[in-house]
Ligand binder design. Structure first.
Ligand SMILES: *Cc1c(COP(=O)(O)O)cnc(C)c1O
Length: 364
């Protein structure tokens, strides 16, 4: 519990915890943003003040992720779900794409893409309830595939690609919603990265897309809705229509917070430290058990079970009474899940593990 504001430790998978310093700044700037006399919520997205906000956000993101000049950064709407459609609509040329299905989100993207072309499932981990990342070093990549698709961190199942698939020269597309900015990435390995920000970066309603310039097209089918055309948004610097202006402002504050903290190398170090505390406990616990194969574990989402539904329920209730909330696993998996995103302080994880130890002693 954060004493000053009576805040709980929020382990929600998303919308999720944000850095307290960011919320404080947003509070301080709420009524009068930097002498503009108004809130960012009330501001024209065409004003000079707002232009500075969105440009600075983009600049800081580029710096944090070391995004090369030949990639565009777009701030869009529609959630990650809309990317499940935009990706195939914009990237299919031959009409063929290969999908690696490692969880619910990848599966949804795979099903949605089938509306637009011949979509192949080239690997999956569904045989073991998505509890691992399959070996993707030598997959049967389609010779005419326009891209290979992955969901890099599987929010629901708690797995993460620690090695990217060998796409044999094809463009890699990654849904990074739940690991975006959690560690450094080599952007040049991807054709397109997208992330819904409500997991690790900001409030729901903003979608960040990083796309290599040569993938922007003038020859999209005429039925493609204007708003689903990446090039329209790229040509208009994400200001083709009114963007999710306030959400982008909060993302910008989170980027500043990350820079001040020391960037993504430092963030990774902290995330590894936090995750280790929880995984080390799960590995020795007699009551709780992690559900993911060790070499596929996510740093962000940690699912675990007791093996007894009643005990799971009892634990979730008891934890809630201690200010440790949103620990219920996804409805399709059951058990528990602790999402320990960037903004979860280490004290939150320590407190969770201490409580799990105590609960174990009392219930075994
Ligand atoms: C949450 C999530 C989604 C869905 O995001 P929406 O913004 O609700 O559309 C997609 N992919 C991943 C990896 C997610 O974690």
């Amino acid at each position: 519990m954060n004493q000053k504001y009576n805040r709980v430790y929020n382990f929600s998978a998303g919308p999720a915890v944000l850095p307290i310093e960011v919320l404080e700044t947003a509070r301080d700037e709420m009524l009068n943003y930097k002498n503009s006399g108004m809130s960012v919520m009330e501001m024209s997205h065409r004003s000079k003040t707002y232009d500075e906000i969105i440009k600075t956000a983009e600049r800081d993101l580029r710096e944090l992720m070391n995004i090369p000049d030949n990639y565009k950064v777009l701030f869009l709407q529609g959630g990650a779900h809309l990317q499940f459609s935009m990706v195939p609509i914009n990237l299919l040329k031959n009409g063929v794409a290969d999908y690696i299905v490692t969880g619910q989100w990848a599966k949804k993207a795979y099903v949605e893409a089938q509306k637009y072309g011949k979509i192949n499932k080239i690997a999956t981990s569904e045989d073991k309830t998505f509890s691992y990342i399959p070996d993707c070093s030598d997959l049967n990549i389609s010779p005419d595939a326009d891209y290979v698709y992955i969901c890099e961190n599987n929010t629901i199942y708690g797995t993460k690609f620690h090695t990217l698939p060998n796409t044999k020269g094809k463009i890699l597309v990654s849904d990074m919603s739940s690991c975006f900015l959690s560690e450094p990435v080599d952007v040049t390995k991807y054709g397109l990265i997208f992330a819904g920000v409500q997991k690790n970066v900001g409030p729901a309603g903003v979608q960040i897309v990083i796309i290599r310039e040569d993938l922007l097209r003038d020859d999209l089918p005429s039925w493609c809705p204007t708003m689903l055309n990446y090039k329209i948004h790229a040509d208009n610097d994400s200001l083709y229509n009114t963007p999710p202006a306030y959400g982008i402002y909060i993302c910008g504050l989170v980027f500043k917070w990350l820079k001040k903290l020391g960037g993504l190398e430092k963030m990774k170090e902290l995330n590894e430290k936090k995750a280790k505390i929880l995984y080390d406990f799960l590995d020795k616990s007699k009551l709780f058990k992690g559900t993911v194969e060790k070499n596929s574990r996510s740093l962000m989402n940690v699912p675990f079970v007791t093996g007894n539904d009643e005990m799971d329920k009892k634990f979730i209730e008891a934890a809630k009474n201690e200010g440790l909330v949103q620990l219920k696993g996804h409805r399709t998996v059951g058990g528990m899940r602790a999402s320990i995103y960037n903004a979860m302080p280490i004290e939150g994880v320590v407190k969770l593990v201490e409580f799990m130890e105590k609960f174990e002693k009392e219930n075994i």
